[in-house]
Design a protein around this ligand. Structure first.
Ligand code: FES
Length: 131
């Protein structure tokens, strides 16, 4: 399928789910206000891959990223609250130790780029279409 619809209604604040889109995992996380604040308080120019949080999301509470580490392609941990989220509260790639923040941006470790943002749009308040 070229597009996939994701039901957002079961996702509570601080939680994430993994959807599959074009055979790739896509992380959909509902951020807390403190996670949003943290993502927006960073000095963007100091980041390895400088991007504002605002440029990476359409709605502040919903962060949607391709769940593939930009180093060598492992699937980072942290989408479930029970998993390690790394030093910056986002995701942690256990393969070689890359740490991503609450915007999915690379902050520490060998990954060269931020987690990619896929094409998506909100169909309504509780449904997002990937692709
Ligand atoms: Fe993720 Fe190497 S594949 S750190």
């Amino acid at each position: 399928l070229a597009t996939t619809e994701v039901d957002l209604s079961p996702i509570s604040e601080g939680m994430g789910i993994t959807a599959m889109w074009r055979s790739k995992p896509v992380f959909v996380r509902k951020r807390t206000q403190s996670e949003i604040d943290e993502a927006r308080s960073v000095d963007v120019n100091a980041l390895p891959d400088p991007q504002t949080d605002e440029a990476r999301v359409q709605q502040p509470e919903w962060l949607i990223v391709v769940g593939i580490c930009t180093h060598l392609g492992c699937i980072p941990l942290g989408n479930k609250q029970s998993e390690p989220r790394g030093d910056y509260g986002g995701w942690f790639c256990p393969c070689h130790g890359s740490h991503y923040d609450t915007s999915g941006r690379i902050r520490k470790g060998p990954a060269p780029e931020n987690l990619a943002v896929p094409t998506y749009n909100f169909v309504n308040d509780s449904t997002v279409q990937l692709g």
